[in-house]
Design a protein around this ligand. Structure first.
Ligand SMILES: *Cc1c(COP(=O)(O)O)cnc(C)c1O
Length: 387
């Protein structure tokens, strides 16, 4: 079947009625093994680390959403990243976005660096400037866009021109944008990585990761590692994500509407300092975002004019609707303090270099009614300054 449009793919891709019963929903194949007729004679399934039909359906769905040939899923986003890095060898170099997700930074610097892989963290807002870091040892460029939590936007096409010229791989962490807003493979990336935990799952009930690629050789390596290293998700989680994906386009529409409304409210509020949202014309990545994304998403960060950490913390404590929690991308709105939560594993001097203020507040704007979210923001900000 070929699917023309995103919403149709979200509902149908990868999902076929169950061949034994006609069940329209892919069953949760909660099994570790499969019975063989005779040694080596089976229905294509031998052991659940290697293959599982619920996982197969999800993998096909993820590939279709990213306009990719191959999809693979892993126990978490970091397990997917770990898989990608395991194909590198001592001496290899990776050029990375400097204000990346804290857990990715920790995996690169504390797990893979000691094995002899070198990571170079650089700002990528000026895409052309990345070329100066390419050496004959460079194997990959790792891009996260929009970045977490400063919403810097990186020009994927421009970076892809550099990686193609030097024959190195380009990986894009597409967690924040989701395939609804941005398709890195179409823009020249070789590999897309997702924390499925976030918008793809969408209901804050699962952790999972994914890799999507058009490159058959890379796919074979990542698939080999899925089985050989074993970082696979269980069938129950695959089912939950399959269900989540069916409403991805509807959820994303509302995340975008609310994200924009919240960013605009914050921008005009007298107690607010800087607002980071790629959909604001004042945002320095606005033009690139407009070019490579279909809309601007639901992630918004801001500082208060009163730049004290204590005022930011008071604001966070004041929220009634926005729940103070790590993670993002669920239907409910969340707020967080990157410096002490998601980005605590990045050293203070690195945080400072990338412009991440200790008073920055990050919002994952959910799909509730816009007016209620704005009322909550207003009271939280205003009562923190009164106290
Ligand atoms: C959460 C996140 C990850 C890590 O994914 P997990 O599912 O938590 O392992 C990677 N990148 C980004 C941008 C994230 O938000």
């Amino acid at each position: 079947m070929t699917y023309m449009k995103f919403g149709t793919k979200a509902v149908h891709a990868g999902v076929e009625p169950d061949p034994t019963t006609g069940a329209i929903m892919t069953p949760i194949y909660q099994t570790s093994t499969y019975v063989q007729e005779s040694p080596g004679k089976h229905k294509g399934y031998e052991y659940a680390r290697t293959q599982n039909p619920t996982r197969d359906a999800l993998q096909a769905s993820l590939a279709a959403l990213e306009n990719g040939k191959y999809g693979l899923c892993y126990a978490t986003g970091l397990a997917a990243t770990d898989t990608i890095m395991k194909t590198l060898r001592p001496g290899d170099e990776v050029i990375c976005t400097n204000d990346m997700y804290g857990g990715t930074y920790r995996l690169f610097t504390t797990v893979f660096q000691p094995f002899g892989i070198k990571f170079i963290f650089v700002p990528m807002a000026e895409a052309e400037s990345v070329e100066q870091y390419v050496t004959d040892k460079t194997k990959m460029v790792w891009v996260e866009t929009p970045t977490n939590p400063l919403m810097n936007v990186i020009d994927i096409e421009k970076i892809a021109a550099i990686t193609k010229k030097h024959e190195v791989l380009l990986t894009v962490d597409n967690t924040f944008a989701t395939p609804y807003l941005q398709n890195p493979l179409d823009l020249g990336a070789d590999i897309v990585m997702h924390s499925v935990t976030k918008y793809l799952g969408g209901h804050s009930d699962t952790v999972m990761g994914a890799i999507i690629t058009n490159n058959e050789k890379l796919y074979e390596s990542y698939k080999f590692l899925q089985n050989a290293a074993g970082g696979t998700p269980g069938p129950q989680d695959c089912f939950l994500v399959l269900r989540g994906i069916k409403t991805l386009h509807l959820r994303m529409r509302q995340h975008c509407i609310n994200g924009k409304a919240v960013a605009e409210f914050l921008e005009q509020h007298p107690l607010v300092g800087k607002v980071y949202y790629p959909g604001l014309e004042s945002h320095k990545g606005y033009e690139i975002a407009k070019k490579q994304m279909r809309d601007f998403g639901g992630m918004v960060s801001f500082t208060l004019k009163d730049d004290k950490v204590t005022t930011a913390i008071k604001t966070l404590e004041n929220f009634n609707l926005f729940a103070l929690a790590e993670s993002l991308g669920g239907v409910e709105s969340l707020c967080g303090h990157p410096a002490s939560m998601t980005h605590a594993s990045i050293p203070p001097e690195e945080r400072k270099k990338s412009g991440l203020s200790d008073s920055l507040i990050r919002l994952s704007v959910g799909i509730e009614d816009t007016e209620d979210l704005i009322a909550d923001l207003k009271q939280a900000i205003e009562s923190a300054s009164k106290a």
